[in-house]
Design a protein around this ligand. Sequence first.
Ligand code: HEM
Length: 408
Amino acid sequence: MPQTFDPATERADLPFFPMARAAGCPFDPPPEARAGQQEDPLRRVRLWDGSTPWLVTGHAEQRTLLADPRVSSDPDRPGYPSSVPRDPGGSSISFILMDDPEHARLRRMVTAPFAIKRVRALRPAVQKIVDGLIDDMLAGPKPADLVEAFALPVPSLVICELLGVPYTDHGFFQSKSSTIIKRDAAPEQRFAASQALSAYLDALMGDKLDRPGDDLLSGLAERVRAGELTRGEAAQMGVLLLIAGHETTANMIALGTLALLEHPDQLAILRETDDRAVVASAVEELLRYLNITHNGRRRVALEDIAIAGRLIRAGEGVILANDVGNRDPRVFPEPDRLDLRRDARRHVAFGFGVHQCLGQPLARLELEVVYGTLYRRVPTLRLATELERVPFKHDGSVYGVYELPVTW
Ligand code: HEM
């Protein structure tokens, strides 16, 4: 008989989620979040609003639930375990927060530009961007902030080119995005940032309707003209792609570099190889090990679901902690060891199921070019401060570093 749970009597004893990382272990998920992973991969936690969703920590249980159509990504459903107060204006970031068939209808409209073959053709352009930024950094003053000089511009330039967003606006969209994903930003600030970015994408959509170019947003404008999509839907898709397209990869570049600098034997593997397969496998391991989307995938059950001896009732929230899933020893032996030579391909850093990351071929390409170039071109790259002084993004829904002072 699956066990149930009585929130009225048991709520107070529950651990608060998200938990804090242990001091001195900036790359490991919070120890408290990992408790019971083997024997009890589903347990209750308490959120900022007093709600008590399930926290799922087992890798297998996460994949099962993420692939289950009985769980919903719609934050407007009662019981959805929101990480922050919801915008009363109701703005929500496109299809990442929708269920099928609406989700599939919108996602299908942008799958072609992210298909593996199309993305692979971008390699020379990405390589040129990476080389140019390294040239500029080397010609500039030391120490440099790797985030500002390199980690943020690489994916921002790439996604701007792909979408048809002017890169000259990067200061604006980077600052709005970072406010939107900051968990402890004041709600009003977050709503304002979200509205500003929506208005910006809406205006851009107006330009693309008037003067279409050869870019993804112009492709969406074409669909608006054909009546397949409203202008508002197109603008919200632009917001999603612009935020997802630069924030995540930027954090993987900076945090990945820091992790490698802290593991010199692993860094040496990348510095000494020109084998693309070795670099590609290193990308998977860094994605697994760092799992920057550290707030968990959020869902709500639409029906009762029995799993791992527990019963999730319809209307209960579920948080799939993919950072913890990626450290499940049943799937990854010695999970806390950064081992660029392991086969890490079963990681859930890009999620799983219908919402699995749309941009993963692009993220992989950018990371392959970056990890395959930066340490070979700057073999003496090192941290220009102590690890303890590096400002980590504990307060964001995407983990990383705010700054990374480096020298060479
Ligand atoms: C290393 C970089 C990246 C990581 C770690 C990452 C991670 C993720 C994760 C975990 C999800 C699943 C969300 C969920 O299940 O709730 C997701 C979805 C998504 N990602 Fe990424 N992402 C990355 C880069 C990108 C890039 C470059 C793009 C390009 C625009 C992108 C676009 C998207 C979109 C559109 C979705 C929503 C998919 C859907 O709901 O069907 N991501 N990403």
